[in-house]
Design a protein around this ligand. Structure first.
Ligand code: B4P
Length: 189
């Protein structure tokens, strides 16, 4: 049973790799970004609340995001392990996740960090904008904002997990299969 996080800047391959890890390890992948996008598409109350933040590349308020994750972690499919993609993203969310896990009487096994340089990230997001038409990829200002928030809020959060000895860092550059092979190597005990 594995309980893990995948972290990295926008475009580093989190969503892409988490689907593959989920299949390889037989654990559910939970992407906060995907949950927001589905809710925005369906214009649920959560979607209407999150939309302007997601479109601008800002973080959705912690209270909204934390509540959503806490609910999702109680579903039956998360009982046998999970991979959280895109959560937590700042220190407040780390504290909230610590509390959730303690209530569930479980702990994290590993935090997988994907790295890639800024030019490559921007290139990938622009390419995805052409293919998938995600609003936050099509807007340069929103891309910059997501990368800024990663530096100012998420990188210090990763340092926190590093001090707990949980981080395994993997180079996210190169073909997806190669990145996946590096990840599987890094996840070996
Ligand atoms: P996310 O959905 O997490 O968006 P993302 O950071 O861009 O990552 P994503 O997983 O989609 O992209 P990936 O790197 O896999 O968040 C979107 C928004 O939701 C946030 O801005 C925020 O508003 C909100 N949100 C989410 N979580 C939140 C939280 N915890 N708190 C508050 N708000 C939150 O891949 C990018 C592209 O690169 C893909 O097109 C892929 O095909 C390509 N790619 C991947 N690997 C590649 C490789 N090896 N080579 C070439 N291309 C590759």
């Amino acid at each position: 049973m594995t309980r893990m996080l995948i972290v990295g800047p926008a475009g580093s391959g989190k969503g892409t790799q988490s689907k593959r890890i989920s299949e390889d390890l037989g654990i559910v992948a939970i992407s906060t970004g995907d949950i927001f996008r589905v809710n925005i598409k369906e214009q649920t109350e959560l979607g209407r609340e999150a939309q302007r933040y997601v479109d601008a590349g800002d973080l959705v308020p912690d209270s909204v995001t934390n509540r959503m994750v806490e609910d999702r972690l109680t579903w039956a499919d998360a009982k046998n392990g999970f991979l959280l993609d895109g959560y937590p993203r700042n220190r407040t969310q780390v504290a909230a996740l610590d509390e959730m896990l303690s209530r569930l009487d479980v702990s994290l096994d590993v935090v997988l960090e994907l790295t890639a340089d800024r030019e490559e990230l921007i290139l990938r997001l622009k390419k995805r904008a052409e293919i998938e038409g995600r609003e936050d990829d099509a807007d340069e200002a929103a891309i910059r904002r997501r990368l800024e928030i990663f530096e100012s809020e998420t990188a210090p959060m990763i340092a926190e997990y590093e001090s707990r000895g949980l981080v395994r860092r993997v180079d996210g550059l190169g073909p997806m299969d190669e990145v996946n092979a590096r990840i599987m190597e890094a996840l070996k005990p």
